[in-house]
Design a binder for this molecule. Sequence first.
Ligand code: B1M
Length: 207
Amino acid sequence: EEEAPAVQSAILRGLKSDAAKAARELLSSREPLEIVEKEIIPALDRVGKEYESGDIFISQLIQSAEAAKAAFDVLREKMEERGAGGLKGKKVILATVHGDIHDIGKNIVKVILENYNFDVTDLGKDVPARAVSDAVAETGARIVGLSALMTTTVASMKETIELLRREHPDVKVIVGGAVLTEKLARRVGADRYAKDAMETVKHAGEL
Ligand code: B1M
């Protein structure tokens, strides 16, 4: 595979238009979700590690994240074109928890859920617990998906779930994000842990 590393290297080098172009080219031979899982996520994992070890600066991490978004935008268009359409099904609320601005993963989960016909209300990133609970009241959604990427924001996730338990005890909560594990998900009081977008679809379908 000649083209395969092109998406990754454009992300590693933080080149937005190259990343978009490479993603577009790869679409002729690969499925969008496969490109997300095999190219975009591994590239971001790598820059994350390089940042952590001090090999790259935050500015480079930001550029890589932007290149990843540019590649994902191309894939999203493709997925939206193919979306099931028709009547929208179960309502799901999505948010990245308070204090956390990482939203690439949540945005992927959103597109995939919509592809499977869920009716998604995306509250964005850095979302206070109060806003999540209010959105449940407004939309009548029975499923909430929360994302957290940092050890420091797992506490916000727990707070959000506690508020939901008090105000909307029948709502089911699915959690995800790089920092989470099955064990941590239980500890914050979630109903389900989803390691990726497809697992979210599976859980949301069952709940
Ligand atoms: Co930051 N960051 N970052 N960052 N960043 C991490 C998370 C970190 C692990 C990097 C590192 O040091 N190794 C580290 C956290 C350490 C920790 O607490 N354990 C970190 C840090 C420290 C920070 C800052 C504090 C850096 C600074 O400013 N000094 C800062 C935080 C600011 C804040 O939030 N308050 C920061 C900033 C940024 C950028 C802005 C540069 C950028 C984010 C851009 C954006 O999202 N708009 C960024 C990035 C890109 C990363 C890494 C490299 C990649 C994250 C990512 O997008 N992964 C990350 C390292 C890493 O994770 N490898 C890192 C790809 C994405 C598709 O995966 O989000 O896991 P993920 O989503 C998956 C699944 O987890 C699941 O499905 C998705 C698809 O498979 N999933 C869900 C996710 N959410 C779900 C919700 C669900 C279900 C499934 O609900 C139903």
